[in-house]
Write a protein of this length. Structure first.
Length: 348
């Protein structure tokens, strides 16, 4: 396999091939999905977890938050609207990207997961709109979206991910798919959290609790998405050892390190006027999250090992989501460990 040749867009139906795909990319697959005959049965469990998390914005009555809104300080209102629209921007990118990946992934069970993730991103997007429509008129919503589009610190933060997503759109090679997966983990598993921290901070002061309920549902989904992307990458690298190189493992550490840096910069801007969130503590939290994402990939901590410095952000913890195995890799020596198929599932 040439890592730099575009994957072909697979045909919808290939009757000569089995339903159980021979690979997640470049596999022989009929295109039909029988969940009882799939290459990685754990993917079905993940599918069930994603579906059991199903929720929709309208289930949450915003009346209490509408009453409280006028009592927030102007700084709190400003940061609230900025974060809401900036997070909506991230989800807006993720919906079409997950759909696009489906064209090149040959395993039908993985396509189904990407479809569910895309659907959930659409729900997230709607929930940000739902919150906005409860609180401010459309003209103000549009101002805030324009602000999110032109804010240089937001642009800088998102550019890293955008560049990689656009590269895959233009040139859907295995190498670009690998990079897309890594940057998806950054988006799902690191970039949302300064925003989440703000809403949970309001909630612990008993403010805007309906919004934070929605945020906690979004967080639960995002954590599951980051986890799936980690599993997807591990399988991709295991099935395609040409991708499992020292250079690519180094790419993961660098990309995660850059995302941590950008998230810290953004947090320092967006949260600097909010009393009660220690920015140095948030920086430690970002590093703590990055270590977690790397361990889910079967890699080593990039930052010092620490307990969660902001436990109040973790309404849903990774441990709670994925059972007992999340620390499996913590004891390994700090080397560029290659990904193997067997270590691909120990954290599932
Ligand atoms: Zn989302
Ligand atoms: Zn997501």
């Amino acid at each position: 396999m040439d890592l730099h040749l575009p994957l072909s867009r697979i045909k919808l139906l290939n009757p000569e091939f089995p339903n159980k795909s021979t690979g997640i990319i470049n596999g022989k697959s009929s295109g039909l999905l029988n969940w009882n005959d799939i290459s990685y049965p754990q993917i079905y469990d993940l599918y069930q977890i994603l579906l059991s998390n199903f929720w929709k914005a309208q289930e949450i009555n915003m009346q209490d938050d509408i009453k409280q809104w006028d009592h927030l300080s102007s700084t709190e209102q400003d940061v609230f609207l900025r974060i809401n629209t900036q997070l909506a921007c991230l989800d807006s990118l993720q919906t079409p990207t997950m759909c696009q990946v489906m064209d090149y992934v040959t395993d039908s069970s993985f396509k189904a997961i990407f479809a569910v993730i895309a659907q959930q991103e659409a729900v997230h997007n709607e929930s940000y709109s739902y919150i906005l429509s409860s609180l401010v008129p459309l003209s103000e919503q549009n101002n805030r979206f324009n602000q999110a589009k032109t804010d240089p610190i937001v642009q800088k933060r998102n550019q890293l991910i955008l560049d990689v997503y656009e590269s895959f759109r233009e040139n859907p090679t295995p190498q670009n798919l690998f990079k897309l997966g890594v940057n998806s983990i950054n988006l799902e598993g690191i970039y949302f959290y300064a925003g989440f921290a703000f809403f949970y901070h309001l909630a612990r002061q008993q403010k805007m609790l309906k919004t934070s309920t929605m945020i906690s549902y979004i967080q639960r989904d995002e954590m599951q998405h980051a986890y799936f992307m980690a599993q997807f990458l591990r399988i991709l690298l295991t099935e395609n050892p040409e991708l499992n190189t020292d250079a690519n493992i180094e790419y993961v550490y660098n990309a995660v390190g850059q995302a941590v840096q950008l998230e810290k910069e953004w947090a320092n801007v967006i949260l600097r006027d909010i009393d009660g969130i220690e920015l140095s503590e948030y920086e430690g939290y970002t590093e703590y999250l990055a270590n977690k994402r790397l361990r889910q990939l079967g890699l080593q901590n990039l930052y010092i090992e620490r307990a969660n410095p902001m436990p109040w952000i973790h309404v849903f913890s990774d441990e709670m989501m994925n059972g007992t195995k999340s620390d499996f890799f913590e004891q390994k020596s700090r080397t560029y460990a290659k990904v193997t198929q067997s270590n691909g599932f120990d954290e599932l």
